[in-house]
Design a protein. Structure first.
Length: 145
């Protein structure tokens, strides 16, 4: 029996919490799903979208996506989903792009691990690199706030 990815989340509101201009939750398919499910063909168009898709990848345990969207010089050799973590929500507080190829996103991610509520408040740095005929945003690193 072959292993298949669970794609039920694509019909539900996207875990990253992004909303439409009418303030309605976007589905996973209309939001981060296009990047996670079609990484080679559909890169995130900006740093905030990449950060949101990385949050969604954490929620779904998609460590291959997290590693693929990390700047190779900075990424760990491997990454494992932390057991017992329940991601509760994402708030993007700020994003800036000082030039065409560099950006920062400040966010707070709420989660519960083994019953204890936690918050991850970070200012993440991103860089845009050419990848063949397209460009891709990659996570560089972040500062805990």
């Amino acid at each position: 029996m072959s292993k298949r990815k669970n794609t039920d989340w694509l019909q539900a509101p996207c875990p990253c919490g992004r909303q439409s201009p009418q303030h309605k939750p976007l589905s996973g398919a209309d939001c981060c799903g296009r990047y996670l499910e079609h990484f080679m063909d559909v890169p995130a168009p900006d740093a905030e979208s990449l950060m949101r898709s990385r949050y969604t990848a954490f929620v779904l345990g998609r460590t291959a996506y997290l590693l693929a969207t990390w700047l190779p010089d900075n990424r760990p050799g491997q990454l494992e989903a932390e057991q017992g973590t329940q991601w509760l929500g994402l708030e993007v507080r700020d994003h800036s792009q000082p030039d065409a190829d560099h950006a920062e996103v400040e966010f707070v991610a709420r989660y519960r691990i083994n019953g204890r509520a936690e918050r991850l408040h970070e200012r993440s740095r991103f860089v845009r690199l050419e990848d063949g005929a397209m460009s891709r945003w990659l996570y560089v690193d972040g500062d805990m706030l």
